[in-house]
Design a protein around this ligand. Structure first.
Ligand code: SF4
Length: 452
């Protein structure tokens, strides 16, 4: 199998919620399409009379609730996930019949809600989350591109060769080969991931560290905003935010031995509620699961130095890379075990690394966290990343904490299941899971929508 070549900054991406595969991915795809339109022969553009966007699979089933339509318009307007203003983004397509001029050179083509087609029924594209963008003249397609949103805001374009990365100096494709590289070269996990990152991103060590600090800041800002916010979240569920109240109760119960868990719950809810509101969050590894790592690092912010937290983030990234490479971090491919399960395993690794534990303990903690998320379905009510998603982030963080305790207080040599094995089981389980439970809102909790 090919070596892992994902950069830290592709895994941890700053952008608007609520779902990286439904917002960040489609926004990037639409922006890519816009850039390709600009390269077309002007004679093709001049005869074009409209743009069409066709959404398939989970993008069609839950795209409305996940803001895919707004994300596509934003991308066509040339906006980037990391710099777009969440308040302005959330206003897109709010007014019926409002059209947005997409200006390419001399040509302006209007895009409105009518340009977006939510295609129902089964499809045969290689990935569930597929979108096709077309430049049209009457019934004639002048130019089209097919994109796949493969989870965590990553996209692939049909027929495109994988991006060429500089080879990482210490290639690995599994926990087994990662540990072998560490042992053969006498490297710590932190050192190996950093040296590979220097090659993959072309950034210097101080630049990488600065960017990790920036990611932690963006995560903590989301927690802080969420702890202050009140009211209900967007959508028909009318779900009341509760992070602020839980936080208030945590402070009142400060002397209770449970209080650190209540604080952790509040922090995870806060970041997840910000995601559900379409505010700026950090994919970790996805937007739907963007409450677990911020909740944990916010809890640890006064316990560990910046340097230790960075080490924790590098360990978390290593686990995210392994799952992304060998299974998937997409709810549409794996169900929620691919999102919250992966985030929980990353969180367990982060806790172990911050506490200075060995790679063996980190592996056991990540394995335990994934093992106890296997088979978890993705069935968000109404397609909104709210129920079960928000509380599920808090649960994922608490499970991460317990996985860390179980791994660090036991003997890692007694562990029967390796991380590589459990990731293989996740891949097989995701493949066998009915598509009804993979972000389509066709079963499970989603069917209780009428009772909300
Ligand atoms: S149920 Fe899990 S995988 Fe599905 S949208 Fe919610 S957080 Fe994401």
């Amino acid at each position: 199998m090919a070596a892992i070549t994902t950069s830290l900054f592709d895994l941890f991406k700053v952008g608007p919620g609520p779902s990286s595969s439904h917002t960040i991915g489609p926004m990037k795809a639409a922006r890519d399409f816009r850039l390709r339109l600009a390269e077309l022969d002007p004679e093709v553009l001049v005869v074009a009379d409209r743009l069409e966007i066709h959404l398939y699979g989970s993008l069609s089933a839950t795209g409305k609730g996940h803001g895919t339509d707004r994300a596509v318009v934003a991308g066509l307007l040339g906006w980037l996930p990391e710099t777009c203003e969440p308040e302005v983004f959330s206003m897109l397509l709010q007014e019926e019949n409002l059209a947005y001029p997409i200006v390419i050179g001399e040509k302006a083509l209007n895009v409105s809600a009518e340009s977006i087609h939510f295609e129902r029924g089964h499809h045969y594209f290689p990935f569930s989350n597929t979108l096709i963008l077309k430049l049209m003249h009457g019934t004639q397609t002048l130019f089209e591109q097919e994109y796949y949103s493969v989870g965590g805001g990553f996209i692939q374009r049909k027929g495109e060769e994988a991006a060429i990365h500089q080879d990482p100096p210490f290639p690995y494709d599994s926990m087994q080969t990662l540990k072998a590289q560490m042992q053969n070269h006498g490297l710590s996990l932190k050192e190996l991931i950093l040296r590979n990152e220097e090659a993959l991103s072309g950034l210097s060590r101080p630049e990488i560290e600065e960017r990790i600090d920036h990611i932690l800041q963006a995560m903590h800002k989301a927690v802080q905003r969420g702890l202050k916010a009140t009211g209900t979240l967007p959508g028909f569920i009318q779900l009341k935010r509760k992070a602020r109240e839980v936080h208030k109760n945590a402070k009142a119960l400060q002397k209770s031995p449970d209080s650190f868990l209540i604080f952790l719950n509040a922090y995870c809810l806060a970041a997840s509620e910000e995601n559900a509101a379409g505010s700026v969050v950090v994919t970790a590894p996805t937007s739907g699961a963007s409450g677990v790592i911020p909740g944990l690092t916010y809890l640890l912010r006064n316990q560990y130095s910046k340097k230790r937290l960075r080490e924790g983030m590098l360990a978390a990234a290593a686990i995210g890379f392994l799952v992304k490479h060998n299974a998937s971090i997409s709810g549409a491919e794996m169900g929620c075990m691919g999102e919250i399960g992966t985030a929980s395993a990353m969180g367990a690794a982060l806790l172990c690394a911050c506490a200075g534990h060995s790679i063996e303990v980190i592996e056991v903690a990540a394995e335990i966290a994934i093992e106890h998320h296997l088979g978890m379905t993705c069935d968000p009510i109404g397609g909104y990343v709210q129920i079960p998603c928000i509380e599920r982030n808090a649960m994922g963080a608490v499970k991460a904490y317990n996985a860390y305790l179980l791994a660090s207080s036991g003997n890692h040599a007694d562990q029967k299941i390796s991380l590589d094995k459990v990731i293989n089981v996740m891949r097989a389980t995701g493949r066998d899971m009915s598509k009804k439970y993979k972000e389509t809102s066709e079963a499970g909790l989603a069917l209780s929508a009428t009772e909300c």
